[in-house]
Design a protein around this ligand. Sequence first.
Ligand code: UGA
Length: 431
Amino acid sequence: MDIAVIGTGYVGLVSGVCFAEVGNNVICVDQDKQKIDKLQNFISPIYEPGIEELMEKNIHAGRLAFTTDLAHAISQSELIIIAVGTPSLPNGEANLSYIEQASMEIGKAMNGYKIIATKSTVPVGTNEHIQMIIAMNTQHAFDVVSIPEFLREGSAIDDTLHPDRIVLGLDNPSLAEPLTDLHRAFTDQIFVTSIRSAEMIKYASNAFLATKISFINEISNICEKVGADVTEVAKGMGKDKRIGSSFLNAGIGYGGSCFPKDTDALIQIAGNVDYEFQLLKSVVEVNKSQRYKVISKLEASLGLLSGKVVGIWGLSFKPNTDDIRYAPSIEIVETLIRAGATLKLYDPIAMDKFRERIDHPSIQWCENAMEAAVGADAICLLTDWEEFKTISLSKLIFIMDQPILIDGRNVYSQEQIQGTGLKYYSVGRPD
Ligand code: UGA
């Protein structure tokens, strides 16, 4: 199929590259000329393992191109994918201005029948709004469909090439067959439903995953008080197929560009139809407070934090990405600075992005995890990067001022800690 993708952010770029990888002709469009220049030279604006290799391969194969020329891309394509951002407005609602702009431009550029698919996360009813805007700007026939995206940062390529399911939201039944055929290259698990249900599936899925995380975090807080081990509890719960074992890792809470934004938006969507989504409001509140458990643990072991040196391992909201949007590390670092601590920060990839966000005389930027530990009164592990899992813990006692390790992601086992001389505190597990 000939496909145009509007927007080369996470969703747009990864979808475009993966559609090309399975044999389609794809043109990705963005209005940012500098970004397009880089993409044409195989440089990805996002850090995502494997993406640049796939870009290069498919550009050379003649299946993938990048342009700022939206009209050209539309005229060449049968399927147009909208993958522009839907950031949060101050009240939590999704900002649809990029979607509206893209819809208008698509309408103006159409030269015949097109299928327009929305991959951006949009509130229920938005696709009808898109349909109206396009209709106001074209004489040509078209259909709008909703194909929500479920990829995760850090494993976006694999998630897109091998998804658990594809959701096709369409109100014109004749589109079920061609769109199912197009997506069969990725999986046989294709679920066809109405547009409104597809829009809701995306928000409900993210809200449910966020709920699992806040649920296990609250269980971990209770485990600490009753002497149970949350990792064992999660394992035991997960053996029940109805519960499942994934997304039950207790820690300092979720961050990133999706869960915080989409949970706020769903609360707002419900509010707009006079429904108070009480459960999801609590999920959000639990998530906001969970990050401060690290600070309480530091205070419990060090007393006053003023003048103390704290090493931080990991800044990105999760491993394998340089994304720090809504990362718990931001508030933890800001709180420690306010408390008068000196901070030694290290992250394998996200240091530059973090420094753009927060720079302060109390921060020392370190080249590796060991450097962040030298002279520290405590280390806080905030992101579960693979390299922290294999670090030589027995060396820490020789380079730290006080051998305190606060593990915000439950990365280490008691066996790994034994014999290291470390005072070790994790989340929801006996000390
Ligand atoms: C999430 C969803 O998992 C994707 O399915 C969805 O497509 C995407 O949002 C989106 O809407 O675009 P992502 O934000 O990339 O993907 O990352 P996740 O792997 O879901 O992790 C989100 C946060 O939850 C991270 O901060 C992670 O550390 C935290 N988390 C995850 C936990 O604290 N515990 C867990 O058990 C799992």
